[in-house]
Design a protein around this ligand. Structure first.
Ligand code: AHG
Ligand code: MN
Ligand code: MN
Length: 314
């Protein structure tokens, strides 16, 4: 992992990095730049939209748009304007939406991840996956040509991969994403654990054993309720494990395969980590519907494998 001072000046901006380092094809580079621009508007909207009043009426009697709906609109507008996106699928719509039928890419996205945390002022995010062609259903996350996320925390971070490592950028005061760290890596063993869906601890065979094994090893608990923040923690610290298994309430888990599990599986693999649904690599599970859910075990390779064996052992 290298830090920004060692990066030549022309490679420090997101666009420069995409061009000079990742050698990203021009159209894909333009699309990622447009997504980054949308993220800046979302970041601004988060700071300026009345938190907690989402969906209600403001002091002028105007309807307040929920931040997740607003984020969705911002992204749609940016995807629409570049004529690079044939179709997209996202959390706010049940069906795949067609934009420019002959355009080269399709995009899957979660406009605002962790939206229930907005009023608590905890970190939230956006997640994107990009495919070539207009088909989304039937594809596997392995076919993504890029995956990225934005983390709106005390600072706004942008983390992307186009298949040659995972790179992290910081939104600076003049509105530019500048390189923070290149080649984020996830080590094979975890010291931190992030246990989602604990309410179902006795509803998925083996989950209690998994959690007890973490406690016994005196591992460090890190769970915020925002997938982007929780998995970014793993990328940032270079190790860790996040789980969101199935339960009675969520028979296929809660997280959405297309725009939550899929993009993060791509990024984890690029960083040397792994992602599984308990028995299968997330990267190889086909997308069957926009709203398809999937259990998720993601992070340090050895820990993902250990947990999958505990969850399937009983
Ligand atoms: P979203 O806000 O897009 O609906 O996603 C919330 C997700 C995800 O960010 C997080 O990992 C998970 O919900 C947390 O679930 P619990 O609140 O059940 O822990
Ligand atoms: Mn989400
Ligand atoms: Mn969401």
């Amino acid at each position: 992992m290298t830090l920004s001072p060692s990066v030549p000046a022309e490679q420090r901006s997101l666009n420069g990095h995409l061009f000079h380092v990742s050698k990203t094809p021009d159209k894909l580079r333009h699309l990622i730049n447009d997504i980054a621009r949308a993220a800046k508007y979302i970041s601004y909207a988060i700071k300026t939209t009345e938190a907690g009043l989402a969906g209600s009426v403001n002091m002028f009697g105007e309807e307040q748009v929920k931040l997740d709906v607003l984020s969705d609109r911002i992204i749609q507008e940016h995807l629409n304007e570049n004529r690079l996106v044939a179709t997209y699928a996202c959390e706010e719509h049940d069906a795949v939406i067609e934009l420019s039928p002959d355009a080269p890419y399709s995009v899957v996205f979660d406009p605002l991840d962790g939206s229930s945390l907005v009023d608590a002022n905890l970190a939230i995010g956006s997640i994107f996956g990009i495919y070539e062609g207009k088909e989304i259903i039937g594809r596997t996350p392995r076919e993504q040509v890029a995956a990225l996320y934005v983390l709106y925390g005390p600072r706004t971070l942008f983390v992307y991969s186009t298949g040659s490592g995972v790179h992290e950028f910081l939104l600076n005061d003049v509105g530019e994403f500048i390189i923070l760290r290149e080649h984020l890596g996830i080590g094979d063993n975890a010291k931190n654990f992030s246990p989602g869906n604990l309410r179902g601890i006795d509803e998925t065979d083996g989950y209690r054993d998994v959690v007890e094994s973490w406690l016994k090893q005196q591992m460090t608990l890190r769970y915020s309720g925002c997938l982007v923040a929780d998995v970014h923690h793993i990328f940032s610290k270079g190790q860790g494990i996040f789980t969101f298994p199935a339960s009675k309430k969520y028979p296929n888990g809660k997280l959405r395969h297309a725009f939550e599990c899929g993009p993060f599986a791509f990024l984890a693999e690029q960083a040397g980590g792994a992602a599984s649904d308990g028995s299968q690599d997330i990267m190889d599970i086909p997308l069957t519907a926009v709203g398809q859910r999937c259990p998720l075990i993601i992070g340090s390779k050895n820990e993902v494998a250990r947990i999958c064996s505990l969850l399937t052992a009983v």
